[in-house]
Design a protein around this ligand. Structure first.
Ligand SMILES: NC(=O)c1ccc[n+]([C@@H]2O[C@H](COP(=O)([O-])OP(=O)(O)OC[C@H]3O[C@@H](n4cnc5c(N)ncnc54)[C@H](OP(=O)(O)O)[C@@H]3O)[C@@H](O)[C@H]2O)c1
Length: 408
């Protein structure tokens, strides 16, 4: 406890991370669940009821107009972050935004300049920067036990290549901003940001987003980081920091679990396990609460300069990979993008409709019960899938507010 009252925490969005944060808030004594907003008031009420939030709103504006909100956590697709963070800052509400803070470095520079101008707290929820075990890794490195660190390899891959927000350029999808960004942050924590050269290669999704990539960072010091990222293949999540006298092997670079030190003969000479944690997101929330109480507008674990620096890296990598989001395109490029996308959807619809039509014809019922244009694969485990035809954006419904009493 900080010795003050609890901060009223608000959550934007009702998806996976919003739920994780709602669960986390229960374990953090500095904050209490207060408000949630969704594009649908019904979903906001449902979420509020499930997690014990007092207020439910059908739009971010309504939530921000509530003066009792002390900290806003944004858990929406990447495409939404810029506008939502901007609104929070303009309303003077402290904001913790999920990674990436926004789509690119110029957007982040603008938002963080605004945060400084308005003196409003803003942070990125890059949780690995806040995990206490990160301190153990850095301490081990500084102890000199592996000699001079010279190289780092890290891989992070999940088979999440059917999750709609990751496949959709409109939503800021792709493996780099979703998964690769953890590895860039890890490399930055270990080797710093004095990078002299970056080389990246990738494979693409059907809509020309990066699906998996290999990234090499060369540092001015002569060190190298080799990063492998995938949103279709499962990896071991391991990172290895190689030094002149040995190496450090870290299990789960996305939620540090353990660290093992091997000497130059590959004998185990030390090992550490992560201490118990709740969800792991409690540390970022505590850091924000501390900063807000101390009237700071950034956190030490990942200051504003660092947020911008990482986005400069992702911008550089995306420019090599030729991955651009519609939000970054000029009129002509946008026109070409929409044409390409329409053609893609049409050919996909043709593909999905044709076999169904064949089957219906075989059954002697041609023209009836055939797959309709835009028919989508069924979603699994509650995830939303492409194409966009199946995912029309819902407009925020009228208004929210106090939760109705639970029926007795
Ligand atoms: N730190 C971590 O470990 C971690 C892990 C996973 C994801 N993330 C990050 O968390 C953020 C959210 O990811 P998620 O996996 O929670 O996504 P998700 O499950 O798809 O949830 C996103 C939510 O955002 C809201 N939303 C607002 N505008 C939207 C739009 N145009 N399209 C779709 N949804 C929209 C939706 O809530 P309503 O429908 O109620 O408005 C939706 O439920 C991303 O920035 C992601 O990179 C972080």
């Amino acid at each position: 406890m900080l010795g003050f009252g609890k901060l009223n925490m608000a959550v934007v969005g009702t998806g996976y991370m919003a739920g994780k944060m709602a669960e986390t808030i229960r374990y953090v004594s500095e904050v209490r669940p207060y408000a949630v907003c969704s594009r649908s008031t019904d979903r906001a009420y449902e979420f509020a009821r499930k997690y014990g939030f007092k207020k439910a709103y059908g739009s971010l504006q309504e939530l921000l107009e509530d003066r009792k909100v002390d900290l806003v956590y944004i858990a929406t697709p990447h495409s939404e972050h810029y506008e939502q963070v901007k609104m929070c800052i303009e309303y003077g509400r402290p904001v913790l935004c999920e990674k990436p803070f926004c789509l690119n470095a110029p957007m982040a520079e603008e938002l963080l300049a605004l945060a400084h101008e308005k003196n409003v707290f803003a942070a990125e929820a890059m949780w690995i920067r806040f995990l206490p075990f990160a301190g153990q890794i850095l301490e081990t490195l500084r102890s000199g036990i592996i000699g001079e660190p010279v190289m780092l390899t890290a891989g992070l891959g999940y088979n999440v290549g059917r999750v709609r927000r990751m496949l959709d350029p409109d939503l800021g999808g792709g493996a780099l901003l979703d998964i690769g960004i953890y590895l860039l942050n890890f490399a930055s924590m270990v080797f710093g940001d004095d990078i002299s050269r970056i080389n990246a290669h990738c494979t693409y999704t059907a809509l020309q987003l990066d699906e998996q990539e290999s990234i090499t960072l060369r540092y001015s010091s002569g060190r190298i980081a080799q990063l492998a990222v995938s949103m279709v293949g499962v990896s071991d999540r391991r990172a290895v920091i190689s030094g002149t006298k040995g190496c450090i092997v870290i299990e789960n670079v996305n939620n540090f679990e353990s660290l093992t030190v091997l000497d130059s003969d590959h004998n185990k000479i030390a090992s550490y396990k992560r201490p118990g944690q709740r969800t792991g997101y409690e540390y970022e929330v505590r850091a924000c609460a501390r900063a807000i109480r101390d009237k700071r507008i950034e956190v030490e674990e990942m200051d504003h300069e660092q947020i911008i620096s990482i986005l400069h890296m992702t911008d550089h990598i995306r420019s090599q990979l030729k991955v651009r989001f519609p939000q970054e395109m000029n009129e002509q490029e946008l026109e070409a993008y929409h044409k390409f996308r329409a053609e893609h959807t049409a050919s996909r619809n043709k593909e999905t409709a044709a076999p169904a039509a064949d089957r219906a014809e075989e059954a002697g019922a041609a023209g009836e019960g055939t797959a309709s244009a835009g028919a989508d694969r069924p979603a699994e485990n509650g995830e939303t899938l492409l194409p966009a035809a199946a995912a029309g954006t819902e407009k925020g419904s009228a208004s929210g507010g106090d939760l109705p009493e639970e029926p007795a």
